[in-house]
Ligand binder design. Structure first.
Ligand SMILES: [Zn+2]
Ligand SMILES: [Zn+2]
Length: 354
């Protein structure tokens, strides 16, 4: 079919994606940019979406192409896109939070918090499990032409490599020599979280917690000082007490976000400690009021990251200060990749190459 592209799309919730030939998106707005996808990361949010778990809070018109961690090359630009910002052929990272640009959050730079934000693959816009993606404005692109980075390393930075960066920046001032930071869940986000804990932690000791030994091995390669298998450790609280000489953990970055990981976090937190929740696996957990008050716990949420934070993590990648740990899949193998992610079998971030 002339002018057709291949996209992996949700036709029905909880069913495998279908590889469709659809017509190539056409530029309709002056600010729009058509990006030829180089790589798209596969996120747990995609699983929630594909399984239909979010259909009430995030209603979609099906069929829909998922994928919100996108890097690729500019193919075509609208009339008012300034050439000094992006031009055809440039390699770009696609910032995911497509805010309105006018509200208080957008004006302060946090477009990912915009109440009207659209996300590629999570809104009316199709995402990156496709050969091409239409981006509504050049404002959402970070131009990395000439930086010598590869799309498969760049794509995961737009979410997996961005979310823990923002989370750890929020608690950076509480870290330092003698402090201890725990990262729960060494999946796509966690392997970056360990690296940021190393860079932003100013000498803090890093504890990686997961159920999989191969993921804990990756955490060790990324710079974790302690690897703790939360499945096979009989008494997590005792173990942390021993390893920290009774001091427990000052900061916990929860990349999983279930009631179980929340209660584990509360139990191993030091006085005055902070839990930052970034994972979205669970729905609710009860906050123990007395111990939260008596121990002055802080419980924070952190959503994605903003545009400038994306630029910062790209700087770290470019300078070789962080590494993207990826497993590559062809777009044709999208359902295989989804099943492996579901089973917790992907070490690092799964990345689809169209
Ligand atoms: Zn995501
Ligand atoms: Zn806004």
């Amino acid at each position: 079919m002339e002018g057709s592209i291949r996209s992996a799309r949700i036709h029905e919730y909880n069913k495998p994606l279908e590889l469709d030939n659809i017509s190539k998106p056409a530029i309709r707005g002056d600010e729009q940019v058509l990006v030829k996808v180089g790589a798209t990361g596969l996120c747990h949010s995609d699983l929630h979406l594909i399984n239909g778990e979010w259909k009430d809070i995030l209603p979609l018109n099906l069929p829909k192409t998922p994928g919100h961690e996108i890097a690729g090359w500019v193919e075509e630009v609208g009339k008012s896109v300034p050439e000094n910002i992006v031009k055809p052929g440039d390699l770009v990272a696609v910032f995911g939070g497509w805010g309105c640009g006018s509200c208080i959050y957008c004006k302060s730079g946090d477009e990912q918090l915009c109440s009207f934000a659209k996300w590629p693959g999570l809104s009316s816009f199709d995402g990156g499990f496709s050969e091409y993606v239409l981006v509504p404005s050049y404002r959402f692109l970070v131009n990395v032409a000439g930086l010598g980075v590869h799309p498969e390393n760049l794509a995961p930075l737009t979410d997996a490599g961005l979310t823990p960066y923002r989370a750890i920046k929020k608690v950076k001032s509480t870290l330092g020599p003698g402090k201890k930071i725990g990262i729960i869940g060494i999946g796509g986000l966690g392997s970056y979280a360990v690296q940021y804990a190393k860079i932003l932690g100013s000498g803090s000791k890093i504890f990686a917690l997961d159920r999989s030994n191969s993921k804990l091995e990756l955490a060790s390669k990324c710079g974790a000082d302690y690897q703790i298998n939360i499945q096979s450790t009989e008494n997590l609280v005792d173990r942390i007490r021993t390893e920290t000489e009774g001091k427990m953990l000052d900061v916990i970055i929860d990349c999983v976000g279930t009631d179980r990981t929340f209660y584990d976090s509360i139990n191993i937190l030091a006085k005055g400690g902070t839990i930052v929740v970034v994972g979205l696996f669970g729905t609710a957990a009860k906050i123990p009021i007395a111990s939260t008050v008596l121990n002055e716990y802080r419980i924070l949420g952190s959503l994605w990251g903003n545009y400038n934070e994306l630029r910062e993590v790209i700087e770290l990648l470019k300078d070789g200060k962080i590494k993207s740990n990826t497993t590559k899949f062809n777009l044709d193998d999208v359902n295989k990749a989804i099943n492996l992610l579901k089973d917790g079998q992907i070490v690092g971030r799964g990345v689809l190459i169209p």
